[in-house]
Design a protein around this ligand. Structure first.
Ligand code: ATR
Length: 279
């Protein structure tokens, strides 16, 4: 029998994480021998928890809230996209204690938008949020060449700082990314609206763009077993295609799995349909 690959996920809270189930389904489909466990830690203990895991044979791990930024500081090497995001969701063991940090969140979103046929290229986008989640997805979204991206954040200074960082890195030409403190300031019809804030988690409504295109799509990075508040808001505004972020979760997991295990990208379609069904 092939040896077991030890994987896991660090977060707080972590008990409801779907990642162990997703990775177990990938492993089952590919007949890999994988052990993937949840690890509850704290900001003070995070670095030691990660070190212990890798010293004890861990080969790869995911990092979720609230440790993604701390993980970016903890690793010995960052991929370009993780450096741009300033956040790490995937840790990969290297030689002689080296630890590589990557970020598969943006790739996960882009894969899921493609699955759902929500177009980015050439479209006008409104992205809510300028925190860690928005940072993770922005470089990949901009690489898809939207016509323009309105970056909306309650605290406009945070969005302005993020835009400056992206501009310095050559990712955001001045007129392609526009920072606003309210989506009501957008004059043109918006074709894709993405929520990367924690507003749905808090049960707080966002002010939507004044005009949505007839075929506008909406995506909430959050997911739950019922439509999120943001999805309901968009549906009420006439948006016919809305999605939560479960597909992104599965796709970012597939990217991480492939980084650890090599081989082909795991099939996500069957995993998605199994997750949508109650256990
Ligand atoms: P994450 O890693 O999930 O992005 P974060 O870095 O704390 O978490 O960022 C949270 C984001 O959600 C921020 O953009 C925050 O806006 P501020 O920068 O103004 O704080 C946004 N956010 C949280 N609650 C919100 C609400 N009720 N309405 C609008 N934006 C909200």
């Amino acid at each position: 029998m092939r040896p077991v690959t030890k994987l896991g996920v660090f977060g707080n809270p972590i008990e409801h994480s779907l990642s162990p189930r997703i990775h177990a389904l990938f492993a089952q489909a590919r007949q890999d021998h994988v052990e993937y466990q949840r690890y509850l830690t704290t900001p003070a203990r995070f670095s030691k928890s990660v070190a212990d895991f890798f010293v004890n044979g861990g080969q790869g791990a995911n990092v979720t809230l609230p440790f993604k930024q701390q993980a970016a500081e903890r690793v010995t090497q960052l991929t370009d996209r993780a450096r741009l995001a300033g956040a790490v969701n995937t840790l990969i063991a290297g030689k002689s204690g080296q630890l590589l940090g990557d970020n598969t969140d943006g790739e996960g979103l882009v894969f899921d938008l493609k699955n759902k046929r929500f177009k980015v290229s050439g479209r006008s986008l409104a992205l809510f949020g300028a925190g860690g989640s928005a940072r993770g997805i922005l470089p990949l979204l901009l690489a898809q060449q939207p016509k323009c991206l309105y970056l909306i954040n309650r605290t406009a200074e945070k969005a302005l700082a993020l835009k400056s960082e992206l501009t310095e890195l050559g990712l955001a030409e001045t007129n392609r990314v526009q920072v606003l403190s309210s989506a009501s300031e957008i004059e043109e019809p918006v074709e894709l609206v993405i929520n990367a804030t924690s507003s749905s988690l808090m049960g707080q409504a966002l002010t939507l763009p004044g005009r949505l295109a007839d075929d506008a799509c909406g995506y909430d990075l959050m997911y739950a077993n019922k439509p999120t508040l943001f999805m309901n808001q968009l549906s009420q505004a006439g948006c016919k295609k809305v999605s939560d972020g479960l597909g992104m979760l599965v796709e970012q997991a597939a990217s991480s799995y492939q980084l650890w295990m090599g081989g082909e990208r795991p099939d996500t379609t069957s995993v998605m349909s199994k997750l949508r069904k109650p256990i």
